[in-house]
Design a protein around this ligand. Sequence first.
Ligand code: ZN
Length: 331
Amino acid sequence: MAGVDDEAGLEAVRVRFLGRSGEITTLRRGIGALPPAERPDAGKVINAAVESLEAMLTEKSRELGRRALDAALATSIDVTFPGAPSRAGSLHPLRRTLEDACGYFERRGFAVVLGNEIETEYYNFDALNIPPDHPAREGLDSFYLRSGALLRTHTSPMQVRTMQANPPPIAIVTPGKAYRRDAVDARHSYMFHQLEGLLVAPGIHLGHLKGMLTGLFRELFGPAQTVRFRPSFFPFTEPSAEIDTTCPGCAGSGSLADGNACRTCGGSGWIEMGGAGMVHPGVLRESGYDPDAVSGWAFGMGIERLAMVRHGIDDIRVLFENDPRVLAQLA
Ligand SMILES: [Zn+2]
């Protein structure tokens, strides 16, 4: 074996001993001619010889491989030559925004809870104080299943589910998909992601929410963000407010450096981010809480909206088309 220095030589050794008419093969064939008592021992000796020969062949083959690689590296491959960069993937902007927003609340003691995407009418509407004649309950606005259940139109059902299962205090955020029968355009999609927050404890008021959201927008958009509440109406909160934050596109001034009105905010200096309010006493009661003992706020906003403002995207479809060139730019 020591004299063998290529694969052909190795093969010659193999054939000489283990080939069809090789020396060991011939010995094995001769076993039948031995007296029966000697056959087992002869078999054992031959098997041991085959085993050790095969081990030697394998080791030699590896050694030849190593030598061939060394030779190739030494002559034809320049190991100092710069390699082709491999393109690493990155988190989708929606996923990253969702994780950053949830992380913000988690660091402040909130738990992240996920819910079912298929909900009952009770949790999606009734328990949230949404009356039977509300337009959202019509098949035109929501996706109903044959069973009468529906694809949740918001992540709010988890509020009641969590409160019914746990005594106060409650501090949760519930991110997830929601579905509405919207035609797809630059601002709408039949599927979108919501981030909902709920804080219920004695003495909670809207000031806590304003502070919490200001911190969130500063973390996601920049240190100069402020928050404005505009009076609004939702069945599940009272009072209710639309949440606006400073437009990062024009720093809240409404106009750009060239004097033109900011397109991101339409010149108002504010961007609408979602809805919020104090949890309606009816919702607290439905959850088994005493509205005289505890109060709470809830908010809901679209994660697409957060990501669009964060990255200066003006068309929601960009987030769903997943063009690798765009994703690389947003990474
Ligand atoms: Zn603006």
